[in-house]
Design a protein. Structure first.
Length: 420
C-alpha cells in the first residue's frame, strides 16, 4: 500500500496538545536566585500558515503558547549573585558572588527536577575573594575557574567530588578583570583580562587540574577585552589547514575580533593570528557607536548550538523604541546582534540581524539546547525576555514571554539538561 508524503507528515499536534517546560535560573542583586518555569504548549490552530514538505501540504503550523512564571526564589550565601553556571556532567549548579566589599562566596547546588517540584539543594559553599564575575569549567567539568574583577584574580577549584564539595586549588593574581575563562577543546584554559587587554592562557595539568601560564594574546590597548568564544569546530582555511577561530569581544571599542588559532608544539600554548579585516562592530553594520561616556557596549558572546552563528549582546545602544512595559525601565531596548560564521570564508562574520533585547542593559543571555529559544536578562529593566529563534536563518523572531525579577539581573541560565 502506498502512503503519500503528506499523510505521513501529518504532525501529531493537529490532534492533541503537548505541554513542555524548562527551568530558567536568574542571578540578581536581590541576594536570591530566582527559578522560573517556561511552559510552552503546542496545539492545533487556526493559523493560516501551512507547512509544506517536498511540495506537499504537511499540516497547519502549530500555535504555541508560552508562559513564564516564577516558581521559586531562595536566599543564597551570596550578597550579590553575579553569575550562575551548570556543570552538565553532573547537573551541579555554581553561583559566583559579585559582592564588592569583604569576602565573596562560591556555592554549589543540586538542581531541582525539570518539573520544578523542589528548589535547588545547597551542597557546599566556600569563602573566596570579592567581586566574582564569571566561572568556567575545565576539562570535562572537573575543575572550575572563577574570575574576580576588582580583586584581580583567577581562582581555580577541584570540583570532582560527586557530592558537590568545592576544593580550592590555586589563585592567580594579575590585573585580571571581568569576566573570564573560555576554553577550546584541548589542554588550555583562557582567561580574558579586561584591565590589561590580554587573553591569558594556561596549560592544564589533567591529573592535578593545576595551571601553568603560557604567553598571553595581546588585544588592542584600551579596547576593553571582555569575553571570548571559539568556533564549535575547526574551519578549513585557504592553506588547507583546519583551525579554530577565536572571537574576542571588546566592550569599550564595541567590537568583535577574529583570530585564527594554532596549537604550538611542545604544549607551548595557542598562537592567535588576527584575521585580515577581522575586526567587526558588535552593533548593526553601519551603526555609529553610541556615546556611552566610556562605559561598555559589547556584553556576552554566544555560539549557536549548530555552530553556524555568533550572537552578541549589546548594552546602552538603545536601538529600539517601545513602551516602558515592553522595554523596561524607560521604553528603550538594547540590541542583540547575530552574525553568520562563514565556514567557507575562514570564519568571516556576516552581519545577519539586530533584534530587540527586551529592555535596557542586556548584559546576559542564554539559549536552550536546541537553540530555538533565547532568554535575555536586562540588568536595569530587571526583566527576562524570551525570544524565539529560527534555526536555519539564525534570525530572532518575536518575543514570546517575559517576566519581572527582583534585583539587577547579572546572570541567566537555561536548564533543559535534566535528562541525565
Ligand atoms: C528572597 O527569598 C526569600 C526566601 O528564601 C524570600 O522570603 C524573599 O522575599 C526573597 N527576596 C526577594 C527580594 O525576592
Ligand atoms: C517530578 O520529578 C521528580 C524527580 O524527577 C519525580 O519524582 C516526580 O514524580 C515528578 N513529578 C511530576 C508531577 O511529574
Ligand atoms: C577574604 O578577603 C581577604 C581580603 O581581600 C583575602 O586576603 C582573603 O584571601 C579572602 N579569603 C578567601 C578565602 O579568599
Ligand atoms: C564529599 O566527597 C569527598 C570526595 O569523595 C569526600 O572526601 C568528602 O568527605 C565528602 N563530603 C561529604 C560532606 O560527604
Ligand atoms: C580587506 O578590506 C580591504 C578594504 O575593504 C579589501 O581591499 C581587502 O581585499 C580585504 N581583505 C580581505 C582578505 O578580505
Ligand atoms: C526613540 O525615541 C526617542 C524619543 O522620541 C527619539 O529621540 C529616538 O531617536 C528614538 N530612537 C530610535 C532608535 O528610534
Amino acid at each position: 500500500m502506498h502512503f503519500s508524503r503528506a499523510s505521513i507528515a501529518l504532525p501529531i499536534w493537529l490532534f492533541c496538545s503537548t505541554v513542555q517546560s524548562d527551568l530558567i535560573y536568574v542571578a540578581s542583586s536581590s541576594k536570591n536566585i530566582t527559578t522560573l518555569s517556561l511552559t510552552y504548549e503546542y496545539f492545533a490552530s487556526t493559523n493560516p500558515d501551512i507547512y509544506v514538505e517536498d511540495g506537499y501540504f504537511a499540516g497547519f503550523a502549530p500555535e504555541k503558547k508560552y508562559s513564564l512564571s516564577v516558581v521559586d526564589t531562595f536566599k543564597t550565601p551570596a550578597a550579590s549573585p553575579a553569575w550562575i553556571t551548570l556543570n552538565k556532567h553532573n547537573n551541579i549548579l555554581y553561583l559566583v558572588d559579585g559582592v564588592t566589599a569583604g569576602n565573596g562566596s562560591l556555592t554549589a547546588y543540586r538542581t531541582s527536577s525539570k518539573n520544578a517540584t523542589g528548589p535547588p539543594v545547597e551542597l557546599d559553599s566556600v569563602e573566596c575573594l570579592l567581586d566574582g564575575a564569571y566561572a568556567g569549567f575545565y576539562p570535562n567539568g572537573k575543575g572550575l575557574a572563577v574570575a574576580h574583577y576588582t580583586s584581580s584574580a583567577l581562582h581555580i577549584y577541584d570540583i570532582t567530588a560527586s557530592n558537590g564539595t568545592i576544593l580550592p586549588l590555586e589563585t592567580f593574581t594579575c590585573t585580571m578583570s571581568s569576566p573570564g575563562p573560555a576554553y577550546p577543546r584541548g589542554p588550555y584554559l583562557l582567561a580574558v583580562d579586561l584591565g590589561a587587554d590580554k587573553v591569558r592562557q594556561y596549560i592544564i595539568n589533567m591529573e592535578t587540574l593545576l595551571l601553568d601560564e603560557r604567553p598571553a594574546l595581546n588585544a588592542t590597548p584600551g579596547s576593553g577585552a571582555r569575553h571570548g568564544v571559539f568556533t564549535k569546530d575547526p574551519i578549513m582555511f585557504p592553506d588547507g589547514v583546519a583551525s579554530y577561530v577565536f572571537y574576542l569581544a571588546a566592550e569599550i571599542a564595541g567590537t568583535i575580533t577574529a583570530y585564527r588559532v594554532t596549537y604550538l608544539t611542545n604544549r607551548g600554548g595557542l598562537q592567535f593570528d588576527l584575521l585580515p579585516n577581522g575586526t567587526y562592530s558588535s552593533l548593526e553594520l553601519g551603526t555609529p557607536q553610541p556615546d556611552t561616556g566610556g562605559k561598555g557596549i559589547t556584553g556576552e558572546l554566544l555560539i549557536s548550538p549548530d555552530g553556524e552563528f555568533l550572537i552578541a549582546s549589546n548594552r546602552r545602544d538603545k536601538k529600539f523604541n517601545g513602551t516602558a512595559t515592553q522595554y523596561p525601565p524607560d521604553g528603550q531596548s538594547d540590541s542583540i546582534s547575530t552574525f553568520r560564521i562563514r565556514q567557507d570564508l575562514a570564519g568571516r562574520l556576516d552581519f545577519v540581524q539586530s533584534a530587540a533585547a527586551g529592555g535596557y542593559i542586556s548584559r546576559t543571555m542564554n539559549l536552550n539546547s536546541a537553540g530555538n529559544l533565547a532568554v535575555i536578562g536586562t540588568q536595569e529593566g530587571n526583566r527576562l525576555a524570551v525570544l524565539e529563534r529560527d534555526l536555519g536563518s539564525g534570525l530572532f523572531k518575536k518575543q514570546v514571554a517575559d517576566a519581572y525579577v527582583e534585583g539587577d539581573i547579572w546572570g541567566v541560565l537555561w536548564n533543559d539538561y535534566n535528562d541525565i
